[in-house]
Ligand binder design. Structure first.
Ligand code: SF4
Ligand code: SF4
Length: 178
C-alpha cells in the first residue's frame, strides 16, 4: 500500500470539561429522561398490548390493497381460475439462501403451462424472510404476507405445504398486492 493511500485521522482535541465526558453523560441522561416521560405520558409509547392490540405496519392503501414492506409468512397465489399460479420453475428454491423451499414438479393437467408443483413446502422456521423467492418468481406466484403471528407446536407444523400456503393466500388476498 502506498503512503498516499493512507488517511491519518487525528483525534479531536478535548478541553478540560469535555475530557471528563460529563457533558455527554448528562446529554445521554437527558435523552433517557425524555423517553421515560414520553412513555409514562403516553406520547412516545412504543409497546402495544398484543394480542388485543396489533401494530400497524407502514404502508399505503392503493385500490383497497395494502402495499407495505413487512415480510411475514409466505403464501402461494392463485390465478383467476383459483388454481395455484406456480409453474414449478424452481427459480425461488434456487434463489433461496436458506435452502428452505422444497418443490416436486409434475406435468400440468392444464393446457396453459407445462408443469405445476405436486408438492411445495417451505420451512418457515428455517426461512430468514429475505424476500429473494418473491423477487425470483417469474409469475408472481409466491409472496411474503404481513402475517407474523403464526405458531406451531412442532417443527413439522411450521413446514408450510401447498395447502397451507394456498390457505394463507385465501386469508390475506386483500392484504398484499397481486
Ligand atoms: S424469504 Fe428468503 S429464506 Fe425465506 S424462503 Fe424466501 S428466499 Fe428463502
Ligand atoms: S413459486 Fe414462482 S419461482 Fe417458485 S417454482 Fe413456482 S413459479 Fe417458480
Amino acid at each position: 500500500m502506498r503512503d498516499e493511500d493512507t488517511y491519518v485521522i487525528e483525534s479531536p482535541k478535548l478541553d478540560a470539561m469535555a475530557a471528563t465526558y460529563l457533558p455527554e453523560v448528562f446529554k445521554g441522561l437527558g435523552t433517557t429522561l425524555k423517553h421515560i416521560v414520553g412513555t409514562v405520558g403516553g406520547t412516545r409509547r412504543k409497546t402495544v398490548q398484543y394480542p388485543e392490540q396489533r401494530r400497524e405496519y407502514e404502508g399505503v392503501e392503493e385500490g383497497g390493497l395494502y402495499r407495505g414492506h413487512y415480510r411475514g409468512v409466505h403464501r402461494l397465489n392463485r390465478d383467476e381460475e383459483g388454481r395455484v399460479k406456480c409453474v414449478a420453475c424452481f427459480m425461488c428454491s434456487t434463489a433461496c439462501p436458506a435452502a428452505c423451499i422444497h418443490i416436486e414438479a409434475e406435468e400440468s393437467p392444464w393446457d396453459d403451462r407445462e408443469k405445476y408443483p405436486r408438492k411445495f413446502d417451505i420451512d418457515e422456521l428455517r426461512c430468514i424472510y429475505c424476500g429473494m423467492c418473491e423477487e425470483a418468481c417469474p409469475v408472481d406466484a409466491i409472496e411474503l404476507t404481513p402475517e407474523y403471528d403464526v405458531v406451531g407446536h412442532s417443527r413439522q407444523e411450521m413446514i408450510y405445504d401447498k395447502a397451507k400456503l394456498l390457505a394463507m393466500y385465501d386469508r390475506t388476498v386483500n392484504n398484499k398486492p397481486m
